[in-house]
Design a protein around this ligand. Structure first.
Ligand SMILES: Cc1cc2nc3c(=O)[nH]c(=O)nc-3n(C[C@H](O)[C@H](O)[C@H](O)COP(=O)(O)OP(=O)(O)OC[C@H]3O[C@@H](n4cnc5c(N)ncnc54)[C@H](O)[C@@H]3O)c2cc1C
Length: 311
């Protein structure tokens, strides 16, 4: 029984979500191999070999894999799938783009967004926006799994010494091609990797106010900025900042929710945060039911006051 983790990487380094996925793979009970499919990605393969608990890294180098096109990565996974009992992807945008293609081609049911491994064939996953946990048993010979990264600790990025093996690249399937990418550059920590997140809701009222109030707080705390869907839909914050069921799932050490009501779809994305602070002027706001610290106040007064008090 061997599990294959599909690494998320940028050809130079391994993304953090891969480390949580390795922990989930190890819980499946057998050896853990990691596939690094990329172009000029030797450094990423070496980094994968350092991850604690990884027995082997399979490094595939091809121009067709340079940009992680889902069609080509899926073909690559399928080329080696028969060697594995479990194939695990992080439940990120990248992983969720490839996993269903692999599951469909293998004619197995995908087991999505697992938060716990009960046994090699039985997994737990949240349903109904995290209000219930389903225990799912799979009879398929190959388990194709996406892993909710906040459900598993990150494996140590160093300390391992896996062998790196080169494998032949699958042919470019020609169904898609890379045109370009527009990547927003920010000095802030990435939302899903941040230790502290400050998040703003509809109460901010405009993108100007959102920036005016939330940015200094984030600067002071060295935090990433998040937003509710209402704030995103109203154009106060960009789409990639959305936290929740249809946004990003986060579990930082500290989550500060400002003017966010705490709808279940928002809670689904942040309620596993270690410490939750809520600032809301409505004492009945549901966010207070999950908050460790609640401040019933007008955020336009409370947030600047808080910034002044912080060292
Ligand atoms: C299928 C589906 C998926 C969804 N996915 C998501 C998702 O991923 N993420 C998400 O966030 N939502 C999601 N939603 C939307 C969700 O249901 C809520 O509508 C949304 O979270 C509300 O955002 P909000 O809390 O910012 O706004 P509101 O619900 O309008 O709350 C604003 C809060 O601010 C408080 N407030 C107002 N003025 C002030 C002030 N001056 N000072 C302090 N507090 C103040 C109010 O008391 C209120 O509690 C989804 C909905 C559906 C149906």
């Amino acid at each position: 029984m061997t599990a294959l983790v599909i690494a998320e990487h940028d050809n130079a380094s391994i993304k953090g979500a891969t480390l949580n996925t390795v922990t989930a793979a190890a819980a499946c009970g057998g050896d853990v191999h990691v596939l690094v499919a990329g172009h000029n990605a030797a450094a990423a393969a070496q980094a994968a070999a350092q991850i604690a608990g990884v027995a082997k890294v399979i490094h595939v180098d091809s121009e067709a894999l340079a940009h992680g096109l889902a069609e080509n990565v899926a073909a690559q996974v399928l080329a080696i799938a028969s060697n594995y009992s479990h194939i695990l992807f992080p439940a990120t945008a990248g992983g969720k783009n490839v996993a269903p293609r692999v599951a469909a081609k293998l004619d197995v049911g995908q087991i999505s967004d697992i938060t716990k491994v009960d046994s090699p064939d039985t997994f737990e996953r949240p349903i109904y926006a995290g209000n219930a946990i389903a225990t799912v048993q799979s009879a398929d010979t190959t388990k194709v799994i996406t892993v909710r990264t906040t459900g598993f600790d990150a494996a140590a990025a160093t300390g391992g010494s896996a062998a790196v093996e080169s494998a032949a690249a699958a042919a470019d399937n020609g169904k898609s091609s890379y045109v370009g990418s527009e990547i927003a550059k920010s000095d802030r920590p990435e939302l899903t990797a941040a230790k502290i997140i400050v998040s703003g809701g509809r109460a901010l009222g405009s993108s100007e106010k959102f920036n005016e109030v939330m940015t200094p707080l984030a600067d002071k705390l060295g935090a990433a900025i998040g937003a509710s869907r209402a704030a995103v839909d109203a154009g106060y914050a960009p789409n990639d900042l959305q936290v929740g069921q249809t946004g990003k799932i986060v579990a930082p050490h500290l989550y500060v929710a400002c003017g966010i009501s705490g709808a279940i779809q928002h809670l689904a994305g942040m309620k596993d945060s270690k410490v939750i602070v809520a600032i809301n002027k409505d004492p009945e706001a549901p966010i207070f039911s999950v908050a460790d610290f609640g401040l019933e106040a007008d955020l336009f007064a409370a947030v600047p006051e808080l910034i002044n008090l912080l060292p």
